[in-house]
Design a protein around this ligand. Structure first.
Ligand SMILES: Cc1cc2nc3c(=O)[nH]c(=O)nc-3n(C[C@H](O)[C@H](O)[C@H](O)COP(=O)(O)OP(=O)(O)OC[C@H]3O[C@@H](n4cnc5c(N)ncnc54)[C@H](O)[C@@H]3O)c2cc1C
Length: 428
């Protein structure tokens, strides 16, 4: 805990806007290090993207940007069942985002991203361990590692290219043939080509994690106010003075941290720093382990070609995944949700799956370069933003919280966050 706290004695009043995993991690580390913290969440804590994700902490996972990805994405426009799906519609913001995304789908950018992300990934894994043990978090934490499997040669080759990159950045996935994979997970069917074991991966139940971290932030003096929507960041002479809420209340603060996930563009535009964050929808379907037809998986696994993650949790199994660019809405598309079951049937030796106990969708906040945003909002003393964690928000939540607390309270974080500065998209 000593390492986590690095108390500054500051009594800075900090408002964190947004109570997803990123917001509550910021609140926790800020409160732990001496700030007077208030979290303003327009809904209930943790019910947006952080609620139903796959629960995987995957420190070495690269972003989706890579050579060939845009072509793959554009091809998906005609295929509603594609794992990565862009709904054909006229949306100038999405068109601009895709245009920028194209620029970042190069081998050089993949190297740059991994060089920037891997120190965060390695730090977050340690922080999570310290948090779970030091704070006694009850969040279904499992240090199980995870498998990434492919059942086609082309898929395996695509996976191999990614593995070669992550190996250059401090990670060492272990290659396993089809039969070796079945030894690790006897429920796999016979058709696997091969895959990798990522030993650094861990799993938590994401909603429980959010509630537990929030609880520990409150124990350190943070105040959490659900049902409080922020509609303006207030400032005087370029310095933040607080926020105004949708109900007309002014909340005074010396610093404001925006952690509003896929909903960040509006408030950021009002600060003169537009962020090209697009929502990428994903789904989950949970099956109860009390039902004998639910496959009792031994190891969490990513079903490579279909981008579906299967996580064994305490009393259920979660199938989660797919990426859908179809706007900032929570419309559940049954045909896409069914892709989760189709993937389970394709890779596991299962035929009957029981009725789900939960079906859900949420919006990942995605930047065109695949990297999160962590930094000061230019032009305002005391304004900070962190969003854009895409598929890695749970993974990077702890390290983001720690970095933001450093930035707000000491002016300098322990790791280099240049690559994540919000103004990098100026002109995009
Ligand atoms: C299917 C799926 C699977 C995933 N699997 C994984 C995984 O295994 N591992 C992983 O690391 N990541 C995973 N992710 C990604 C991860 O869930 C997200 O990156 C993460 O939840 C983003 O957290 P956040 O706190 O930024 O946003 P959110 O959880 O969306 O929280 C933002 C909060 O801000 C609030 N808010 C917005 N505007 C305002 C306002 N004006 N005033 C007050 N409050 C406001 C919202 O109500 C919301 O609660 C997955 C995502 C999906 C969809």
């Amino acid at each position: 805990m000593e390492e986590l706290s690095r108390t500054t004695g500051s009594e800075l009043r900090v408002v964190v806007v947004g109570g997803g995993v990123v917001g509550v991690c910021c609140a926790y580390f800020l409160a732990l290090r001496g700030a007077t913290v208030t979290v303003l969440e327009r809904d209930e804590l943790g019910l947006a993207a952080s609620f139903g994700n796959a629960g995987l902490i995957s420190p070495g996972h690269p972003p989706i940007n890579r050579p060939g990805r845009l072509r793959q994405a554009l091809r998906s426009m005609g295929d509603r069942l594609s794992p990565l799906y862009i709904e054909p519609r006229w949306n100038p913001g999405l068109v601009r985002w895709l245009w920028a995304f194209r620029k970042y789908c190069t081998a050089d950018h993949v190297e740059h991203s991994m060089a920037a992300l891997s120190p965060l990934g390695l730090r977050t894994a340690d922080l999570l361990d310290e948090l779970v043990q030091g704070e006694g978090l009850e969040c279904g934490y499992r240090r199980s590692g995870y498998l990434e499997v492919f059942d086609t040669e082309a898929g395996l080759e695509w996976g191999r290219e990614e593995v070669e990159v992550v190996e250059r950045h401090g990670f060492a996935p272990e290659y396993l043939s089809g039969p070796a994979l079945r030894e690790r997970e006897p429920l796999f069917g016979p058709g696997l080509e091969g895959g990798w074991f990522h030993q650094e991966g861990t799993v938590v139940e994401p909603y429980r994690f959010v509630l537990e971290i929030a609880d520990r932030a409150v124990a350190r003096g943070a105040v959490i106010r659900p049902g409080t929507e922020v509609d303006e960041i207030r400032s005087e002479h370029g310095s933040v003075t607080g926020v105004s809420t949708a109900s007309g209340e002014d909340v005074a603060a010396d610093a404001v941290v925006l952690a509003t996930g896929a909903y960040s563009p509006g408030l950021m535009a009002s600060l003169g720093c537009p962020l090209p964050v697009q929502p990428a929808k994903g789904y989950h379907a949970d099956r109860s382990l009390a039902d004998p037809d639910t496959p009792a998986l031994s190891v969490p696994s990513l079903l490579g070609e279909r981008a579906v993650f299967c996580s064994p949790m305490d009393d259920h199994v979660r199938f989660a995944g797919t990426l859908e660019f179809s706007g900032r809405n929570l419309d559940m598309r049954r045909d896409r949700l069914e892709q989760l079951d189709a993937a389970a049937r394709r890779y596991y030796a299962v035929t009957d799956l029981p009725e789900p106990i939960s079906e859900w969708c949420g919006l990942r906040p995605c930047t065109p370069d695949g990297l999160p945003v962590i930094g000061r909002v230019p032009g305002y003393e005391g304004a900070y933003v962190t969003t854009g964690h895409a598929m890695l928000g749970l993974t990077l939540g702890p390290v983001t919280g720690s970095l933001v607390a450093d930035l707000v309270l000491r002016g300098a974080p322990e790791l280099d966050i240049q690559a994540f500065r919000p103004e990098r998209f100026a002109g995009t």
